[in-house]
Design a protein around this ligand. Structure first.
Ligand SMILES: NC(=O)c1ccc[n+]([C@@H]2O[C@H](COP(=O)([O-])OP(=O)(O)OC[C@H]3O[C@@H](n4cnc5c(N)ncnc54)[C@H](OP(=O)(O)O)[C@@H]3O)[C@@H](O)[C@H]2O)c1
Length: 250
């Protein structure tokens, strides 16, 4: 039986991925800070999903949870999905919240990968997946730390993809556009090409199965964003001065 540990698997994309893998007969471990979210999302004891109450920004906690899961259940696949963003996008950043975003979205991925590699390198097999975002392709206004962490996750995974080949370990980066989850339900702006969370999970699972190095979706929206990433930066800045696509407030 295959095994997967998903950080931030109690709501949104992580929860849908956990359900998808559990329905395929995998043994699934999920973590989150709030046990009530887990109990609201899963039929405890029946869903083949084990919960770990963990803050991914706490290196010892996440390392212990992944080590416990792999020892008692196994670890074929690790999905570092937990992440936070900005509901209110302001021109002057909230620095306290920005530092928290770095701890959760970047260090949280690194801590989870560190714990998984402790198990995967000696076995010379496994797959690491991290949740980036299409917000990582460009410096988006109003979400500076979010864009920065998601760009960093892309490059971190690209490096590891090269380094870990020799250990037979695959690394996949996922870059979703807007997905309908509690994270985006807090947004008060337009979210073009929004995808439902179960659909997002099935696209992500297919990319993971194909061991893609990087997978961005939905296709058309991700193409627009990637083309914006290739523009001369003066053109990009001019484009982002249009209010309709710049959600940053005074
Ligand atoms: N939704 C989108 O449009 C979208 C687009 C691009 C990328 N993404 C990325 O996809 C990932 C999942 O997002 P989502 O939309 O599914 O968000 P979500 O519905 O808010 O779910 C986030 C999950 O992460 C957990 N989490 C948050 N902070 C945590 C922490 N410090 N330690 C452990 N668990 C934590 C949450 O549980 P607790 O709160 O109980 O801890 C929850 O299970 C994130 O990395 C996000 O940046 C989302």
């Amino acid at each position: 039986m295959k095994t997967v540990f998903i950080t931030g698997g109690t709501t949104g994309i992580g929860m849908e991925l956990a359900k998808l893998y559990a329905n395929k007969g995998w043994k699934v471990g999920v973590c989150g800070r709030d046990k009530l979210k887990f109990e609201a999302s899963f039929q405890v004891g029946r869903d083949n999903v084990t919960f770990y109450q963990v803050d991914v920004a706490n290196r010892d906690e996440i390392k212990k949870a992944i080590a416990d899961f792999s020892k008692s259940i196994g670890l074929d696949l690790l999905i570092a999905n937990a992440g936070i963003g900005y509901a209110y996008k302001t021109k002057v950043p909230d620095f306290e919240w920005s530092y928290r975003i770095v701890h959760v979205n970047l260090l949280g991925v690194m801590y989870a990968f560190e714990a998984a590699l402790d198990v995967m390198i000696p076995r010379s097999k496994g797959q690491l997946v991290a949740m980036s975002s299409i917000a990582g392709y460009n410096g988006l206004p109003g979400v500076s730390a979010y864009s920065a962490t998601k760009a960093a996750v892309q490059k971190y995974c690209e490096s590891l993809h090269l380094d870990l080949k020799q250990f037979n370990i695959d690394v996949t980066t996922i870059c979703p556009g807007f997905v309908d989850t509690p994270l985006t339900q807090a947004n008060d702006h337009m979210m073009p090409f929004m995808v439902k969370a179960p659909k997002a999970a099935s696209l992500i699972a297919r990319a993971i199965e194909k061991k893609k190095m990087i997978y961005a979706f939905p296709f058309f929206f991700s193409m627009i964003v990637r083309i914006m990433g290739m523009l001369p930066r003066t053109w990009y800045r001019a484009l982002m001065s249009f209010k309709a696509i710049n959600y940053s407030k005074d």
